[in-house]
Each structure stands twice: as C-alpha cells, then as structure tokens.
Design a protein around this ligand. Sequence first.
Ligand code: 0WE
Length: 316
Amino acid sequence: MGGCFRRRQGRQENATQRKEETKHGDLVYQWEQRRPACEDVETNVPCAQQAFAVGLASVMGLLSGKKGVVFGVANKRSIAWAIAQAWKEAGAELAFTYQGDRLKENVSQLAETFGEDTLITECDVTQDDHIDRVFNEVGDKFGGKLDLMLHAVAFAPKEALEGTFVATTREAFRVAHDVSAYSLVALTRAAAPLMTEGGSIVAMSYYGAEKVIPHYNVMGVAKAALEASTRYLASDLGEQKIRVNCISAGPVNTLAARGIAGFSSMLKHYEAHAPLKRNVLPEELGATGTFLASDGAAAITGQVLYVDCGYQVMGM
Ligand code: 0WE
C-alpha cells in the first residue's frame, strides 16, 4: 500500500513526515499537513489516492443482514443500479422490480449477478395491484421483514420536457406526478408494515425541484412534490423508526438523460461551475445511498441531501 500513513508523534497528529535533501546535501524531515481524506492510523488506512477503494472497504458490513427492495433499475447505467451495488457491497440482500416486459431481460441479467435466487418482479408503480403483489412477494422472500427501499423512478411524457412549462397538458402533469411523486407515497405505505424494526427509504431528486432548469419543466414540479412528500412521510413514520430521505443528484448520463437536448452541455456547465469542478460519479451516489441506509444516518430523516459536487450552493 503506497499511501501516506499518518504517524502519531508529538503534536503532529495531522501530519506526515517527508524526507528532503537540502541544497547542501543534508537530509531534513519535513512535516506535511495530513490530507483530509486520510483515515485513522490505528486502522492502517491510507489516504487520498486509495480513498475510494478504502471507502468501499470501510463500508463493508455497514448494511449486513439488512433486506431491501429497489425500484428503478433500467440498465447498468441506472442510478438505482449504482446504489443497489453499493448496498450489496455493504452486505444487504436485495430484491428488484422492473417496469414492463421491455426492461425485464435487462434487469434480470443485472440482478441475477446478486445470486440466482434473487427476487426480480414486475412493478408498474401506477398500479395499486402491482404494488400489493410486489410487497407480498418481498414479505415472503424476506420472512416478513424489510429494512431498505430505494425509489429511483421518474417519468414525464417526452413532449413535456421539450417546450415551455406553460404548455404542460393536464395529462402530462398527471402522469409525471403519478409516476414520479405519488409512487413514493404508495410504495412507502406498502413497505412500512414490513419495516418492523425501523427502516430507511431513499428517493432520488434533482435541483430542478428548487430552481428553474430549462426544459426540466413538469419534472421539476413533480420533484418538488416528491421532496415535500419525503418530509410528510418522514413525519408520519418517524415513530416507527422509518426514515425517509432524498438524494438530490447532479446530472448523470443515464438512459433517462439520453436524448435530452443539451444534456452534454449541461454536464460541461456543472464541471465549470460546481465547487468541485467535476460531475458526480454513480459510485458516489452509491456511497451516499449506503450512508443514508446505514445506522450512521439514524438521526437523519425528511432531508434532501445534495450530492452534486457542491453545485447547489452557488449563487452565480
Ligand atoms: O429526472 C431526470 C430525468 C427524468 C425524465 C427523463 C425523461 C426522458 C425520456 C423523466 N421523464 C422522461 N421522459 C422521457 O420520455 N433527470 C434529473 C435528468 C434530466 O432530465 C432533464 C434534465 C435532466 C438533468 C430534462 C430536461 C432538462 C434537464
């Protein structure tokens, strides 16, 4: 392991020692400020360069024994898939749903890598009978117990994401809100009776809920409803130790983003303007999803957590 290990010596707890030669050929020892990503020396964890690999190692077991259900995988680029992989790495056992026959094959191929006995079942989140059946199946699979649920589902008719918001039809508004916002309420209501020892529900949002993003239109209004629903659900279910939170992700190149005019210039805009000068990685959404699902977030509920390389704090 080639990382810089922190040495505990005197008052230099936050520094590492570096050997340097002066112009006279003398060897001197320089203290370097410890890099912020470094972990504790006792666990022998190296820093920055290996930070991500280490991040994964250190979250191992964080969700061990927990059972979860994942809504919203379409393909390997899906945010739902990134979070599912991170949950699995952390020790969770997961069930998956897919929307319609079109996605069945894709989702099955991915989910079967979690073990051939993985529950993979259809769920159109606008159908109450689908939701009832799915949670019966999930309950049977996991012995009547559930700890985690991921909601990564959104849809608005394509036309509604092209022109102006004022042109949104009644039907496009209804569909966008049904699929993207009401579904969280319906799924949470069905999941709650299985979360007998508490639980963590994570939903995906976007900054368009809060500020106008050109063409995001009715999806922005639906995400605002999703975020408000998160707060009301958190209030209702807190007594049962069920937490409900949103991750507001910066733009990610998924199936849902493809075909959106100007999406690649949007990625460039974030790179130029976000404090971290880059876009968020799917595995970073996975890491945040794991944190929110874990007992480390036991006092966090009703929140919208921005995982957007800091973009949301900028005023200009
Ligand atoms: O929430 C989303 C995507 C949601 C979405 C995408 C589509 C495309 C295909 C919902 N419905 C549809 N319907 C379709 O027919 N994002 C955060 C990604 C996204 O979508 C945008 C964005 C960003 C960012 C749409 C317009 C402008 C920006």
